[in-house]
Design a protein around this ligand. Sequence first.
Ligand code: ADP
Length: 154
Amino acid sequence: MKTAVFPGSFDPITIGHVDLVNRSIALFEKIIVAIGVNSQKQGLFSVEQRIEMISNIFQSETKVEVKSYEGLTVKFCEDNEAWYILRGLRSAADFEYENTIARLNQSLNEKIETVFMSSQPQYVHISSTIVREIHINKGDVSKFVHPAVLPYFS
Ligand code: ADP
């Protein structure tokens, strides 16, 4: 099965991430949204909450699965027999960073190909960091997250 892993922190998932997943559905047979867990780093939302949010958004989409993992993304891909890593590009700065990680991952396992998808212009300014900042400063995040995510902010 042609499976892609979409790895990230997703703290929280934004409408930019959701758009990427929706556009990739035409390209793959299965997409695993994979929450990378860093035990040293406390997020705004727990991993369980992040899994719940993403599962709620894609509940009627049979091709999309949600999992969490610790350690190397490449190892997670191997364990799930996924030979594609999906990443989003918002800017040239994203490309510089992402390209380095992609080369590194390919040197760890040459079977694994990273596929980049450009952000649509209306989403380029959206990031999980921005959403967290707005929330911490008591702003309205509803323009940046899927409606299924909003209850987690109240
Ligand atoms: P990480 O902590 O690994 O950067 P993120 O959850 O911030 O994880 O992002 C996961 C992936 O989604 C990255 O490839 C990132 O470039 C992409 N991404 C984030 N926001 C957007 C957006 N607004 N449009 C398109 N891609 C995005």
